[in-house]
Each structure stands twice: as C-alpha cells, then as structure tokens.
Design a protein around this ligand. Structure first.
Ligand SMILES: *Cc1c(COP(=O)(O)O)cnc(C)c1O
Length: 354
C-alpha cells in the first residue's frame, strides 16, 4: 500500500497532562500519554491517518464490535535512555496483528505506515517514555469493527488506534499459579493463537475463581484432556528441568509470544538446550516432587519474565526453588532489560532506535 507518511495529520494537545503524573508510582494501564494515532477502514481502504490528543470516542450503540467481538489488539513497549527511544521487535507485533486480523475476518493494516506512525507518536510523546531501568511506555495498538449493524457478518468498517501508557512492573511479587483442570482458554481450531478480545473475556471467570483460592493466575491446560500445559494469563510459560529450558510448542491454541521466541533465541545463543514440545502436567508434578524443577516462569511483554513461586494442582501446592537461585531466567531478564535499552549488542536486529 503506497500511503504517504506525510498524509498523517498531526494535532498536538494544548494541555499536556505530563506534570500530573507521578512517574514513581504508576498504576499499570491507567495513565495514558497525551496523544494517540487513529485511522479508519472505509470503502476497502485505510484513511484518516491522524495523531491527535488522547480523547474519548463516540459510537453508535449498534456498533458491531460491541455485540459480536470483532476486536483484536497488540501489546508492546518503548524504552528510553536519555535522548534515545527504543522499540523492541515492533514489526513482529504488527505482523501478528495482521495474523489475528486474518483469523477474525478483519482487514490487514499497512505495516510500514503504522510503524512510521508509531515512531512519530513516540517522538511527540517522548517525555511520557520513562527513562529508567524498570519502567517503560506500554503501547496498545488495536482494531475493532465499527459498522452500525446488528447482524452477524464481517464488518465493512474498522478503526485502528495506538495509544500508550507509562508503566512500571506488572507483577510486584513472584506468582502463585494454579493448573486449571476444568475450564479452558482455547480449543483446537479456535482462536487461541489470535490476540482476540473475546479470549480475555472468557478467561476472567476461571481466573476469578483461582484468585478466590489465593492464586494470582492460572496455568491453562489443553481443552481435550487437561493433560498438557499451555500458557498462563497473558504469558507463555517456561520451565527449566535438568538444565534444559522447556516450553509448550505452538500448537494453535497458544499465543505465539514475541517474548517467548526472544527468550528461546537468547538462551540458545548461550548454548543452553531448548525444547519446544508438549509438556504433560504429570511431568511437571513429578519434577516438582523430585526437586528437579529448577525454574518456572511466564514470558510476556507486560511482565517480561514473571517468576512462578508456587504451582497448585488439585488442592496441593508445590513451592519452587528460591528466585535468587534461578540462573537462566534471571540472566535472560537482565539481558532483555539491557538489550531493550540499547545496552547489549543487538545481533538479531530486534531494536529500532530513533
Ligand atoms: C500477548 C500474550 C502473550 C505474550 O506475548 P508477547 O508478544 O510476548 O507479549 C502470551 N499469551 C497470551 C494469551 C497473550 O495474550
């Protein structure tokens, strides 16, 4: 698509909210930067490219995405060191959004234009990107159906938006997770590998029940037998057993995480053995009983690496080794934090700085 980047209309806010924000205490996902990027899909093409003040939207009560859930999203982060802004594998996020779009019968976005729009947005909201080692600007690109029509068919019109939230840590403590053996997140042939809004709505109730039992998150298992580990919340899950990093393979029911694939590549480059395969719940239970489970953690953009401290299964809790003793995940977390801020050699070409 040959859309000229100069066609983005830019309107800057006259009332920056920047000085209202306490950057030392930012609640996750509740503070929004001054500007957003929006575009509309109408008559078979994207148009109305705009960067403008973050503001409310006005829609018909009949807007189809509200009723039937044609809505997808992405999550990535921008980092800053002094004058330099960094994004990490942002193109992969937009590619994944297009894969989600295909599954949900939604139009693809023009990736190059959107990458440029993102960079312009980040430059305009540069001061909203925290300049320290634990904070960043969480970026939320998303698309939803906007037809005013109460009938089930793919919408003919869509809106795409990118906005940002300055954020600190997603989890403040190591996680207690429960292996779910009744509810499911995704089934074969379903939409588990798409970042589709409805997946998250469907997971709220089982997650709520687990919270009432004292867990932070669920460890999802396969829908057929609840025999194999899948993923956790909005993170892929990884284990270290006998010095080997193991993680469930991408079977179609698991979200193909960018943190996941980055961790696998980093760890392989260090000569650590990696296995992507089916992982039986019993394999993890046995490894915990025999003291062979050295590490367990979630991998995702929001939390980067979230250490798992306790795993519960059918009423029994297993406490895992001390976080400080976890060599691989601690080293990966440190490496990721540094490469994302231009402090490690980027031999993979993951970082864009501008
Ligand atoms: C977004 C997400 C992940 C992690 O993907 P990243 O690209 O690493 O952020 C994992 N699982 C689910 C269900 C997700 O929505």
């Amino acid at each position: 698509m040959a859309t000229d980047i100069s066609s983005i209309k830019i309107t800057k806010t006259a009332n920056s909210r920047l000085n209202e924000v306490d950057f030392e205490n930012i609640p996750f996902g509740k503070v929004f930067s001054d500007h957003m990027f929006t575009m509309d899909y109408v008559n078979g093409e994207w148009s109305n490219f705009e960067i403008k003040p973050f503001q409310d939207l006005h829609f018909s009560p009949a807007m189809s995405s509200l009723h039937y859930g044609q809505s997808i999203f992405e999550g990535m982060k921008a980092y800053r060191k002094g004058e330099n802004i960094y994004t990490f594998r942002a193109k992969d996020n937009f590619d994944r959004l297009n894969k989600s779009a295909n599954r949900m019968c939604m139009p693809n976005i023009p990736n190059e234009l959107v990458m440029d729009a993102l960079e312009q947005l980040l430059k305009i909201d540069e001061k909203w990107i925290p300049d320290n080692d634990s904070n960043s600007l969480y970026i939320r690109p998303f698309m939803f159906a906007t037809d005013e029509y109460v009938g089930i068919r793919p919408s003919e019109t869509y809106k795409f938006i990118i906005f940002g939230c300055p954020v600190g840590s997603y989890y403040t403590e190591p996680l207690k997770v429960k292996i779910e053996s009744h509810f499911t997140r995704a089934a074969n042939g379903g939409v588990g590998e798409a970042k589709a809004a409805g997946n998250y709505a469907a997971s709220l109730y089982p997650a709520k029940l687990a919270k009432e039992e004292g867990y932070h998150q669920l460890l999802w298992t396969d829908s057929k037998e609840h025999k194999y580990i899948e993923e956790s919340g909005t993170m892929n899950v990884m284990f270290v057993i006998d010095g080997k990093l193991i993680t469930p393979d991408l079977s179609g029911t698991i979200l193909p995480g960018i943190t996941r694939k980055s961790v696998l590549e980093i760890v392989k480059s260090w000569g650590i053995e990696v296995e992507e395969r089916k992982i039986e719940v019993t394999e993890i239970l046995e490894a915990m009983e025999n003291g062979k489970l050295e590490e367990a953690f979630g991998a995702g953009t929001a939390a980067t690496i979230a250490q798992i401290h306790t795993i519960g299964h059918e009423g029994k809790n297993y406490v895992l080794p001390e976080i400080a003793d976890r060599k691989i995940s601690n080293k990966v977390l440190n490496f990721l934090n540094r490469i994302k801020r231009g402090q490690e050699e980027d031999k993979w070409g993951w970082i864009k700085s501008f």
